[in-house]
Design a protein around this ligand. Structure first.
Ligand code: 16G
Ligand code: MG
Length: 555
């Protein structure tokens, strides 16, 4: 490290690395869309090093930084880690490459990379002891990996604050609370539950039901942290919303995300196991770290109906537009989607709701960043990850307007409602449980049952497939991933295939979390959509070096 004062620390960092967390894996890993993610058995040294990096980042930003240990919707034997920046955002992109460098360097070069980071960022305050907030999901591997992170923090001279098992969005919230000196909320689990449930109860009032809306929901906890934490919400909600919880198996049952959870329901377009099949009943699933939410129901003929992130986004954006108009306060509202958004949802938002829509590449950091450009920015991925963000000036405008006496009764009611609704939302990142409370608030306000919600527009049939390839980087894309640049000729082939299908749309992109190429297709009928997906997948397999057989359409 840079100077003599740091010699001792340097020795500690190095001794720990060599004795306890030697780099055991030869091949490189990279900090992807959601941090590092791989088999848990390969991650101890990476965790230790991310503990080191978190302290450097905290000293550089002079703020509290978060570290979350989770592999989200991945199978139970996987795990992962991501860093959370001061306002609860994802790690700034320019530091991702440092994370990758630090994770892949050999033990004897660790010190050099640390010195490079310090020098390049001119980090002077190496004796500061910044707080690093650490959280983990329910995976059996999480406790030992968390210990590795904490040892990294200690070795680098930081102060670990261990929140134990929490959802990813809870951890983002704690970081934001600490860095805003509690303006965002109390940095405790208790404070988090209270903030959300108090706001929910205030907006809901004494009439728990309204019109066709009934206040009961079936909830799939994916056998993960979302199941563990919903119990506290149930208490706080005190009957205003009745949540019947399923898929609540204990840690280490091997059932985390297995045949259940938001990712399973969305990608398989199937009802999960573990929930009773009650016709026309609103059901929802969260994923393994509770940052994604998906709704669905079975009709009287047992037909499955999915209400995914696009539906949630349109519901929320439409509602905010209505309420904002009622307040009489001028704030601009926009919606951010990715190429995975169903074409029908985009048409509905732009043509009927008349709300501007932006399209960005996959990954929360892109969506979040873009949404911040609006006074009120709603962002959602079709997979159910999303939230609403408000500019500080927008919040102030609402609060100031409420204080004045210039508003009509209706304007005042709408403004007060909006102010409370902001507190139901976790603005730091998509939060399955906060989103659930928001969706339930809107359905209640509208007096809608799940079918009325679904009637707003009709989804185009769509299909997701994946092709395993030797090297996923052979595919590169542009235009928010809607066009591929390499391998040469592939985009023309896709265009030719798509042209054969009315309202057909298809794009391909390398996954940021798995060694596969993802294929998306939509068309007017299920048959055409499946054919389109299979044809494009075949072409990708041929031109991008697919391994094994091209994928088949699941039943
Ligand atoms: C990660 C992203 C999620 C994205 C998904 C795509 C975050 C926090 N999470 O889970 O937003 O939809 O990756 O996965 O950014 P893929 O690249 O494998 O398709
Ligand atoms: Mg997740």
């Amino acid at each position: 490290m840079a100077n003599n004062d740091n010699k001792l620390r340097c020795r500690t960092v190095y001794a720990f690395a060599r004795e306890m967390y030697p780099k055991t894996v030869k091949c490189d890993i990279s900090y992807g869309t959601a941090g590092f993610r791989t088999r848990a058995t390969d991650l101890e040294y990476v965790m230790y090093r991310m503990g080191l990096l978190a302290v450097l980042r905290a000293r550089f930003k002079k703020a509290v930084i978060g570290v979350m240990i989770t592999a989200s919707h991945n199978p139970e034997p996987d795990n992962g880690v991501k860093l959370v920046d001061p306002m609860g955002e994802m790690l700034e992109q320019s530091w991702e490459k440092w994370a990758t460098k630090l994770a892949n360097v050999t033990d004897d070069k660790l010190e050099n990379v640390i010195n490079d980071i310090i020098k390049l960022h001119d980090i002077q305050n190496m004796n500061d002891r910044p707080e690093i907030v650490v959280g983990k999901d329910t995976r059996p591997s999480s406790p030992s990996l968390s210990k590795a992170v904490i040892d990294g923090i200690l070795a680098m001279g930081g102060k670990p604050i261990d929140y134990g098992i929490v959802t990813t969005p809870q951890l983002h919230y704690f970081v934001a609370c600490k860095n805003t000196h509690r303006a965002y909320g109390e940095p405790t689990e208790e404070g988090y539950y209270r903030k959300l449930t108090d706001a929910f109860k205030k907006v809901r009032g004494d009439n728990f039901n309204n019109g066709n809306y009934t206040n009961r929901i079936l909830y799939d906890g994916a056998n993960g942290v979302g199941a563990k934490k919903i119990k506290f919400f149930k208490e706080g909600l005190a009957g205003s919303l009745i949540i019947d919880m399923y898929n609540d198996e204990i840690i280490g049952s091997g059932k985390l995300n297995y045949l259940c959870g938001a990712d399973f329901v969305k990608s398989q377009q199937k009802f999960p196991t573990g929930l009773p099949q009650i016709p026309n009943t609103r059901c929802c699933s969260v994923d393994g770290d509770a940052d994604r939410l998906i709704y669905y129901y079975l009709d009287e003929n047992q037909k499955f109906h999915l209400l995914d992130g696009d539906r949630i986004a349109t519901l929320i954006a439409g509602f905010f537009k209505e309420v904002l108009e009622k307040t009489g306060i001028r704030l601009n509202l926009g919606l951010v989607q990715t190429a995975y958004a169903n074409g029908a949802s985009t048409t509905y938002i732009t043509k009927e709701l008349k709300i501007p829509v932006a399209c960005v590449p996959t990954g929360v950091k892109w969506l979040h960043h873009k949404a911040l450009e609006y006074d009120v920015g709603v962002y959602f991925e079709a997979n159910g990850h999303g939230t609403v963000v408000f500019k500080n000036e927008a919040k102030e405008k609402l609060r100031n307007a409420f204080q004045t006496n210039n508003l009509t009764r209706e304007q005042k009611d709408a403004t007060s409602r909006l102010i409370h609704i902001i507190d139901i939302i976790n603005e730091t990142v998509g939060d399955a449980i906060a989103d659930l409370l928001l969706v339930e608030t809107i359905l209640h306000a509208k007096g809608w049952d799940v079918r009325q919600w679904e009637e707003t527009y009709t989804d185009l049939p769509n299909r997701l497939l994946k092709v395993s390839v030797q090297d996923r980087t052979v595919i590169t894309t542009t235009d928010a991933e809607r066009k591929c640049v390499t391998p040469k000729g592939l985009q023309e082939e896709i265009d030719n295939i798509v042209a054969k299908y009315p309202k057909g749309r298809s794009f391909v992109r390398p996954s940021g979390t798995e060694d596969v190429i993802r294929i998306y297709a939509e068309a007017v009928t299920r048959r055409e959509c499946d054919k389109l997906a299979a044809e494009v997948a075949g072409k990708v397999h041929e031109l991008a070096g697919g391994t094994g057989n091209p994928p088949e359409i699941p039943n």
